[in-house]
Design a protein. Structure first.
Ligand SMILES: C[S@@+](CC[C@H](N)C(=O)[O-])C[C@H]1O[C@@H](n2cnc3c(N)ncnc32)[C@H](O)[C@@H]1O
Length: 204
């Protein structure tokens, strides 16, 4: 079985049961990097389906090797721009959780427009999130975290469940969710995390 999905398979929108071969809830991770979170979560939750969306082909291939080695049949991988995928392909109300962990921070002000988490991105993403579904963020970049909070708090359909700072002094880097989190904790940097829940449905 090929674990990789390609946009050319789908005309306009996709069918998750066709992608995964079952009707289990779907969790999407945007920017999976080396796959640490995707792989450990999928292994721990075999009754959930995981899609790892990664734009960089180098990381996409690395995750593919790792997932195949682990024999995880609840993981699919997509090498694409997540913003385009969410906008053009993901059916309304069809995703149980989105994880956006350490998205590229684009620290220079003139590059802020390249950041993934914006008002416009949430406008496209939230209709695809199931009612009761979760939107989860982590970053080491305080300024970007503020942006994530501002655009998310402005959405009436989102309830803020948690907003926290993880101090490097208090946690074991080896318990980190992702490779970037582990690296930053080892450098003594604080991590910012927030979880939102969609409380009522909107569709596009
Ligand atoms: C800073 S890395 C973090 C990787 C991983 N989440 C971690 O924490 O270790 C950001 C990742 O997001 C990917 N990425 C950035 N923008 C993306 C997009 N629009 N669609 C899919 N992947 C994206 C990058 O290629 C990179 O692998």
């Amino acid at each position: 079985m090929d674990i990789e999905i390609r946009l050319s398979q789908f005309e306009a929108s996709l069918s998750w049961p066709a992608v995964f071969g079952n009707h289990n809830p779907v969790v999407c991770e945007i920017g999976s990097g080396k796959g640490r979170f995707l792989i450990s979560s999928a292994a721990a939750n075999p009754a959930l389906n995981y899609l790892g969306i990664e734009r960089a082909v180098k990381y996409h291939r690395l995750i593919r090797e790792r997932v195949e080695r682990r024999g995880l049949d609840n993981v699919r991988l997509l090498n694409s721009d997540a913003a385009h995928f969410v906008r053009a392909y993901v059916p309304p109300l069809s995703v149980q959780d989105y994880y956006i962990l350490f998205p590229d921070p684009w620290p220079k002000k003139r590059h802020h427009k390249r950041r993934l988490v914006t008002e416009g991105f949430l406008e496209a993403l939230l209709p695809t999130l199931a009612a009761g579904g979760g939107l989860h963020y982590k970053t080491d970049f305080e300024d970007y975290f503020e942006q994530m909070l501002t655009v998310s708090r402005a959405r009436p359909e989102l309830a803020e469940l948690q907003c926290r700072t993880i101090s490097a002094a208090l946690v074991d880097p080896e318990a980190a969710d992702t490779s970037f989190e582990r690296k930053y904790l080892m450098q003594g940097r604080s991590i910012y995390a927030a979880d939102f829940q969609k409380t009522f449905s909107t569709t596009r």
